[in-house]
Ligand binder design. Structure first.
Ligand code: FAD
Ligand code: EPU
Length: 337
């Protein structure tokens, strides 16, 4: 295996930030993972596992080894009359997996269409969109401990999934390389059409009995209209999580801001961070090449040559203004390095 030195990461993160990895390696088969990890010397530490870099902000050069995951393969591991389990290699592009499943009529991930990135990263923040989350279909995953090289299987419960959260972002943060993910999908899918924009799109399209393929197409259409394409302008999707607050705090805010936007959430009241940022007049603001998207203020963009610190500085100013107006501290969704 070749370990490159001082490799630029600009093409490896969708924000398009220039940063260098002191060492850089890519694995294309699962068998390469353990020998690589156990061969690393102290000077190669720390290790960063990278998919497509669609949820990462580099604020400085990475001093250790970046390992990019490019493993491939989708295998059926169990079959029942009404469901099946498939194991997907971490390096598979997530949206190609969604397409593969939808084409075969296997339901459960169609609402997660067009989310950028690789399959191995999907459990890290329990990807979610349009009323669905990965945790609903994830059966188990296999991972290798970065330090010891030991393999371990994590059940869905052991992953401790929450909204944009898993154990791999809390107690086991940056300790494991996820090798593959097993999903349990349905052969008789029940469509999940409750999310506002899907319901509207369905009404507009006039399709009488939609299939999972129709749902995928609707989600792709909504996303293309709403979110900037990183190929056109550098971004990492939502920069902040939507804040979840207590209902008494919400009631107080609602008295003052009757139009405040909230989502249904089992842990309290989830607010639309986009609305909070919009109220503070950040939409379309730009300092140098770092900007706030003109239509979706939760998305920070790199118009060309912004540095990671410039994006971070903009994020800090947004956080401060939302805090001083609403008393709510936005937490980043993007992994800041
Ligand atoms: P990376 O950015 O490369 O890595 C993200 C994190 O996962 C890092 O901490 C990295 O170290 C770790 N990691 C990656 N691979 C592995 C692995 N194999 N083992 C262990 N750790 C690993 N997210 C949503 O949830 N919903 C959305 O609707 C959504 N929309 C987006 C829209 C746009 C335009 C963009 C740019 C991003 C969006 N995202 C969304 C965020 C992003 O797509 C997801 O977080 C995705 O899962 C990241 O995949 P990646 O391969 O790019 O991961
Ligand atoms: N809004 C405004 N002003 C604006 C734009 C939006 O007030 O300029 C308000 C609107 O009221 C809108 C609300 O914000 O209804 C929420 O907007 P949207 O439906 O686009 O959802 P979001 O909260 O911005 C979340 C996820 C997305 C996911 C979509 C669809 C988070 C942090 N973001 O976005 O995920 O695709 O819902 O489910 O949960 C990501 O994680 O990177 C991501 C893009």
């Amino acid at each position: 295996m070749t370990i490159l030195e001082n490799r630029s990461l600009k093409a490896c993160n969708t924000l398009g930030i220039e940063a260098k990895a002191r060492y850089f390696a890519e694995i294309s088969t699962e068998e390469e993972a353990i020998p690589l990890l156990t061969s690393l010397q102290p000077e190669h530490q720390p290790v960063l596992i990278l998919g497509d870099g669609s949820n990462i902000l580099f604020t400085e050069n990475f001093p250790g080894t970046v390992i990019r995951i490019n493993t491939k393969g989708i295998t059926i591991t169990e079959e029942q009359d009404d469901s099946l389990s498939i194991r997907i290699a971490a390096g598979e592009v997530w949206d190609e997996v969604v397409n593969y499943c939808v084409e075969r009529g296997w339901g459960g991930i169609e609402n997660l269409s067009l989310i950028p990135g690789r399959t191995g990263a999907a459990p890290i923040q329990n990807i979610g969109a349009y009323g669905a989350e990965l945790k609903e279909v994830l059966q188990e995953l296999e991972a290798v401990h970065l330090e010891s090289g030991e393999k371990r299987t994590f059940s869905r419960e052991e992953c401790r999934f929450g909204y944009r959260e898993s154990i791999f972002q809390t107690t086991l943060r940056r300790q494991y390389l996820i090798l593959n993910v097993t999903l349990c999908l349905s052969r008789n899918p029940v469509l999940n059409l409750a999310y506002g924009s899907i319901a509207q799109e369905l009404e507009r399209s006039g399709i009488p009995s939609p299939t999972i393929k129709d749902v995928r197409e609707m989600v792709c259409r909504i996303r293309r209209n709403k979110l900037p394409d990183p190929v056109v302008v550098g971004n990492a999707g939502s920069f902040f999580r939507n804040p979840v607050i207590r209902s008494d705090q919400f009631e107080r805010l609602k008295l003052q801001y009757p139009d405040i936007v909230r989502f249904a959430d089992s842990n309290g009241v989830k607010l639309a961070a986009a609305w909070l940022i919009d109220q503070c007049n950040w939409k379309g603001k730009r300092t140098g090449d770092a900007g706030v998207h003109p239509d979706q203020p939760l998305v920070l963009v790199n118009y060309g040559n912004a540095t990671g610190l410039e994006i971070l500085n903009l994020a800090s100013m947004i956080r401060q203004s939302v805090f001083s107006r609403f008393g709510i501290l936005l937490e980043p969704e993007v992994n800041i390095l």
